[in-house]
Design a protein around this ligand. Sequence first.
Ligand SMILES: [Zn+2]
Length: 317
Amino acid sequence: MAMNRIQFQPGLSLPEFLKQFGSEAQCEAELEQARWPEGFVCPCCGGTGHSVFKTGTHKTFQCKACRRQTSLTAGTLFQSTRLPLTVWFLAIYFISQAKTGLSALALKRLIGVSYPTAWLIQHKLMAAMSERDADYTLSGRVDIDDAYLGGELSGGKAGRGSENKVPFVAALSPDDDGHPLCIKLSPVPGFTSEAIADWAETNLEPGRAVLSDGLACFAAVTRAGCQHGAIIVGGRKPKEMLEFLWLNTILGNLKTSLGGAYHAFGFAKYASRYLGAFAYRFNRRFQLDRLPMRLLVAAIAVGLRPEVWIPSAEASC
Ligand SMILES: [Zn+2]
């Protein structure tokens, strides 16, 4: 059974993780290796000749060709951090291993930082996760469904009128046995033909066979060069439909995860980040032990854009 294979995989134990990344030097070495697997490359001119010295907290590399100095953390998600890398690595470990997500409050207790700092770390890592998956398109057959974040979870007004309710497309690509391979959870402006056509162009490879329920807007995937088949619900509730069993199971898990780990949050503001982080973990659920290092690579790739995705008032890290 696929689910048992996931639940009983070994993962990376905390003692083993601390043995590998318990010191600042170990974390620096891992960051350097993940950032420049073939050795230092100057981000300015591409030169590889360099000298190394230490200023402040971390190693600095000076390019021999253009003389530019680059710190180990410059241009990554860790740039300008005053926290030791060991704290970041621990956060990466806990966030990547938490199957049902981890709240900023729980993270604060686990790694011993203030709540605003834990919030910032959590959001930076969630942004890295969701951006990592954003470039991938779904292949094979794709099942899609309409879903909402918020409403009854937000503590605010329930139903379609809730200002904190975010519509999103839940999409799943199954293997030949019908088990899920990959998912994508994407906020959309609404369930209109225009929104679905735009979504399909960004998230699906052309020519995909897309299966949905009878909601009319889903036929718009054909505008992105996909085929569309609709299963008419015919009075059945979505959860009674075998065709969408996995999608409904995943949406149920998502609801549990968001309700349990995060409680109410600004769905409208942060929906893509929470949904993206959930999908990121789900899509890598077979490689639990390698997940922390993959998240580190994602954190290096995401770069530095605090003014865009972290409100400056909250940047107290
Ligand atoms: Zn250079």
